[in-house]
Design a protein around this ligand. Structure first.
Ligand code: ADP
Ligand code: MG
Length: 709
């Protein structure tokens, strides 16, 4: 039955508001655990908690046929008697169970009273569980029992499995309990849900209704109905993300005027003609043209610049900042870490040597006295280019006229944070986001779907590809010998250790032990060390030793990942490489290969590696292409684990879609969302009202900064 729009809205509101504590079988304690462990508060939250796998229900085993190492199985038969055995913590309830072909024990260590009151002897049950062998006899610990009646309703279907935590299991909220809750919920509403996609979208896509999808995602009849359900839910999930992004972008384009940058003037031309130390690559020229077109148009630019490590994004950033200056505006460049901000400041000051441009550095550790000088100079427009960290978006930083904000990031800025920048000026500044590492297309569409995209797909000429080798840590002597040869040729070496959150203590120990070893293996050379726990000044001093060439070996945690540019360094050694993600490894490798010499990246790992890790290291050895590596990373790890997606502000918490596998659905959803917005940008037509409502619900916590100007 289709409900009218109003009815649908009321039904939906009810599902979204009603707390799971009102479901039969959920008391306050279970409700609290569901919320704490899974974030499930409402009926709707519960419905959106999907199984992670399914089992064929039709197969029923015979007791006589049980063997070792069986997975979860079903038996059909009756309990002949209950009894308790053992004492203390070993006390357990045993139900003798037979199906006519043999007898096994069903065993419970907890909830004994509950079990004996709920299950009756001499009644037929379907028993579900994992048999274990003990004393040449099989038993099933903590099995789940369905009455045959109950089982009949679900007969022939697939049995869902839900992820649960230890804490949940202890409160009797195992997979089966979740299944029962889903059943109670869905049967309580007659298996009928209001529709959350407009009729024309359903018609166009041929997707099943929400009622059908929810029924079959939790209780599929067969793999075909399951697939149809998954398809509908994946589409819906991706569709609303895209619709939200594209609506933001569309409204921005329609409503916001950007600061027009019609002029190419002295700053740009003087730099381009007299200070540029090398010819731009064709790709660099092309992306600068793309941005000039944006910023010249009177629209606000919102662009993502993708390019592999070392492709020269900083220079492109500088060129467009000079365009802002030529049009009477200021520009800022924001980096994710202090080290990177400092490096950018040094690079850009160096590029601009001999030109009259006021550049300032502003980070969290800028001294108060310094700040007190810088802030007014930013506010009165004297300082033209500001480079810094997050400190730049603080309210105390006021610009005279900010025309362009560049974010050089490691996917750490979400729409919201970007939007804070727009408010730094009466007319929002142009925004350019530069990603430190390429990200796969599907991820870019999802995280940055509101941005236009430029790609630098070419490295500056004369770069020799870095040679990447994988070596086991049992062969350190060879490594030292190789490093010694390279240093003798005048090169420098990075040695990087992992730094994993929550494991810092051990990691620092590894680094410090490594530092001692290297000092004793290379007494004739200078070894220096940097890590995040050092005072800024000490860090600086150590870095400087390496940059100046005084030290030959720099040992560090990942702090050097983004940032340092030492063309003479030609070897990157990565310790415990198995503990790094692919993108991170690629990013680190990008620190070498910046000079004319042959460079090397040596991945050190232990001998014991999981097959996924082995694959990761193999990909690194065989590919130098950041885009390829990013795709592989997504396939291997899934988007949930990808660096940055967790901290990205809006969080990419997809419940069912998978960016590695569902690229086609994503593209389709995006195209459809765009065509709807082309026709009805405000989503005001009667059929599209549901879209507005869903967006309001799904993204309610996110202020639509895009509309603030
Ligand atoms: P990214 O930020 O894209 O990783 P960078 O901007 O740090 O790369 O550039 C890497 C190096 O290449 C820098 O030393 C930079 O000066 C140099 N570079 C940039 N563009 C060119 C070019 N067109 N020709 C030669 N070298 C370049
Ligand atoms: Mg860079």
């Amino acid at each position: 039955r289709l409900c009218s729009l109003n009815e649908c809205r009321i039904l939906m509101l009810e599902l979204e508001k009603r707390a799971v504590v009102y479901l039969p079988g959920v008391g306050p304690k279970k409700a609290e655990i569901l919320e704490r462990e899974l974030g499930i508060v409402s009926y709707w939250d519960l419905l959106n908690y999907y199984p992670y796998k399914y089992m064929e229900r039709s197969r029923i085993y015979r007791v006589a046929d049980l063997t070792d190492n069986l997975p979860y199985i079903q038996l059909r038969g009756r309990i002949t008697r209950f009894g308790t055995v053992g004492v203390g913590s070993g006390r357990r309830l045993v139900g003798k169970f037979t199906d006519g072909t043999g007898v096994i024990d069903l065993v419970w260590f907890k909830g004994l009273n509950f079990v004996t009151s709920k299950y009756k002897v001499d009644t037929e049950y379907l028993v579900f569980g994992k048999p274990v062998a003990f004393n040449h006899q099989y038993n099933i610990p903590h099995p789940d029992l369905d009455s045959v009646d109950q089982a009949k309703q679900l007969a022939g279907g697939l049995m869902p499995f839900y992820n649960t935590t230890e804490k949940m299991k202890r409160a009797f909220l195992n997979s089966r309990a979740i299944q029962n809750l889903q059943y109670a919920l869905l049967s309580g509403i007659n298996w009928t849900l209001p529709e959350t996609l407009p009729a024309d979208v359903l018609a166009k896509t041929g997707l099943v209704s929400l009622s059908e999808a929810m029924r079959h995602i939790h209780f599929p009849d067969n793999t075909r109905t399951l697939e149809a359900a998954r398809r509908r839910l994946k589409f819906e999930e991706l569709f609303y993300i895209q619709l939200n992004m594209l609506r933001t972008a569309t409204n921005r384009k329609r409503k916001l005027r950007g600061i027009p940058f019609p002029r190419v003037g002295d700053y740009f031309n003087t730099f381009y003609n007299e200070h540029l130390p090398f010819e731009l690559t064709n790709a660099q020229k092309r992306v600068v043209r793309e941005m000039r077109a944006d910023m010249g148009s009177g629209r606000q630019m919102n662009r993502l610049l993708q390019g592999d490590v070392g492709s020269g994004k900083t220079l492109v950033g500088l060129l467009v900042m000079l365009l802002a200056l030529d049009n009477g505006c200021q520009a800022c460049l924001m980096a994710p870490t202090e080290i990177l901000a400092t490096q950018h400041y040094a690079t850009i000051s160096e590029f601009l040597k001999g030109m009259e441009v006021k550049v300032a550095l502003l980070t969290g550790s800028t001294r108060k006295r310094e700040r007190d000088k810088i802030l007014p100079a930013i506010a009165n427009g004297e300082i033209q280019i500001v480079i810094g960290t997050h400190a730049l978006i603080e309210e105390t930083v006021q610009f005279a006229s900010l025309g362009l904000a560049i974010i050089d990031e490691q996917h750490r800025f979400g729409v919201e944070q970007r939007s804070r920048l727009w408010m730094k000026n009466a007319v929002p500044p142009h925004v350019l986001v530069m990603t430190a590492t390429p990200i796969p297309r599907t991820l870019a569409m999802t995280l940055y779907g509101d941005l236009d995209v430029s790609v630098i797909d070419e490295l500056p000429p004369g770069r020799k590809p870095v040679k990447t080798l994988h070596r086991y840590d049992t062969r350190k002597a060879e490594l030292y010998e190789f490093l010694r040869q390279e240093i003798r040729k005048g090169r420098q070496v990075y040695v990087v250790y992992p730094l994993i959150e929550g494991n810092e203590k051990l990691d620092y120990k590894d680094l410090e032990a490594g530092f001692e070893t290297f000092k004793s293996v290379f007494p004739e050379y200078q070894v220096c060390m940097v890590h995040g726990r050092m005072k800024a000044a000490d860090k600086e001093a150590e870095m400087r030793k390496f940059i100046s060439g005084e030290a030959q070996i720099l040992m560090a945690t990942t702090v050097i990942e983004v940032g340092v540019n030492v063309p003479n360094a030609s070897v990157m050694v990565i310790e415990s490489a198995e503990r790094f993600g692919l993108s991170q490894l690629h990013q680190l490798r990008g620190r070498v290969g910046r000079g004319a010499e042959q460079s090397y990246c040596i991945l050190i790992s232990s001998y014991k590696l999981s097959s996924d890790t082995r694959k990761r290291l193999e990909i690194m050895v065989s590919s130098n292409n950041g885009f390829e590596i990013a795709e592989a990373d997504l396939r291997l790890r899934g988007h949930g684990d990808l660096e940055g997606t967790r901290q990205s502000g809006e969080g990419l918490d997809l419940k069912i879609a998978n960016l590695a596998a569902d690229g086609q659905i994503l593209q389709y959803a995006r195209d459809l969302a765009q065509s709807i917005l082309d026709e009805d940008p405000e989503l005001l037509s009667e059929t599209h009202r549901i879209l507005n409502e869903r967006l309001g619900f799904l993204f309610k916590r996110k202020v639509n900064w895009g509309l603030i100007s």
